[in-house]
Design a protein around this ligand. Sequence first.
Ligand SMILES: Nc1nc2c(c(=O)[nH]1)N[C@H]1C(S)=C(S)[C@@H](COP(=O)(O)OP(=O)(O)OC[C@H]3O[C@@H](n4cnc5c(N)ncnc54)[C@H](O)[C@@H]3O)O[C@H]1N2
Ligand code: MOO
Length: 385
Amino acid sequence: MISVEDALDHVSRQTVNRRSSKRKVEEATGCILATDIKAPIHIPIFDNSAMDGYALGSAGRSFTLVGEVAAGVNPEEVLKPGEAVRIFTGAKVPEGTYAVVMQEKVVAKEGEITLEEDVVEGANVRKAGEEIHEGDVVFQQGHLLNAATAGLLYTLGITAVEVYKPPRVGLMVTGNELVTPGEPLGAGQIYESNGGMLKVALEMAGVTNIQVRQVKDDLETTRATVAELLHTVDILLVSGGISVGDYDFVKQSLEANGVEEVFYKVKQKPGKPLYFGKHESSYVFALPGNPASSLNCFYVYVRPLIENYLGVKSSRQFEEAVLSHAHEVKGDRPVFYRSKLAKGQIEILGKQSSSMLHSFALGNALVYLQPGSYPKGASVPYIAY
Ligand SMILES: Nc1nc2c(c(=O)[nH]1)N[C@H]1C(S)=C(S)[C@@H](COP(=O)(O)OP(=O)(O)OC[C@H]3O[C@@H](n4cnc5c(N)ncnc54)[C@H](O)[C@@H]3O)O[C@H]1N2
Ligand code: MOO
């Protein structure tokens, strides 16, 4: 049995086969850039007015009005000293512009304007290239696309970018007792929930290509389904059947398919029987069947591997928050507790058995504690989900 820290280290040290594809900007938010982006044009692209007012041809206090420039218009006349044109925010300033004065500081009368005070050269003119110069690297490979990134890409006239692709994931759900929700339940049967839950968690982590299979606890079917999925996915997730019961065939099936074990069994609660293995360029996680164990292992170990494919540099592992109450961790295994984090304070929720999902659903963080006593106010590590 290995420690949580060693298990996490094994997962984070894996080199993954990252692929990228070109995506429309509007479909790439939340993705990571696979290449640098260089500016094809200056931003602003031309000198333009920051105010509604007047473009002046020189310093001075009185000017003759010689025309008007609205946004979207290309002014053809060159402004001479003593001349001014009416101009609006965003409009291209005419050649010869000394400065722009806002209209509130001007008295306009019969084709003349008079200024209340002197203007500084270049005032209220947004210079071409003052924010971004043509050829500058605007975003480096590894940048996360957010709304502002989309806005700037559009400003630059860029409509598609190369981003990292999520891994292809296979999800094999095992268990004779499982019935698809919506179907009638027989005695001794329960509704299958891990498959749907993990699919949602995968989708929320950015995975779109998910193949789901449900198999009975039978060595041959389990082995054949592993074989089928292993060749078409980057990550194979298995739910259940990884413990030591007489109907737990997952480990045997993985071995029969040549999957090499990286680790099996982690000193943690929940999720002790977690298995992690490798087959050629694919990875396999066999997640313990207890629903909370499965999802806990997903957030702690699987999500960081997915993020590696997606090019996410710093995963959301272990931030610190303040415990809102005293707590004691009994036993000898470190524990991940479903908890509620709000305003920097974290509360460990009730009913933490690995078969129980309610606390998971009401919480938003997994507090990670070593055995021992923790006073109210202790700083504790957690993973947000
Ligand atoms: N003798 C021992 N027994 C068990 C040990 C052990 O060390 N020695 N470990 C326990 C721990 S810890 C866990 S966690 C479970 C993990 O077992 P499996 O991965 O083999 O999972 P299953 O036996 O298939 O199922 C466990 C539990 O979860 C329910 N389940 C499974 N799949 C689903 C699903 N898709 N949807 C809803 N519920 C599911 C299943 O009905 C069982 O109740 O082993 C302990 N036993
Ligand atoms: O590890 Mo099991 O997940 O404690 O129930």
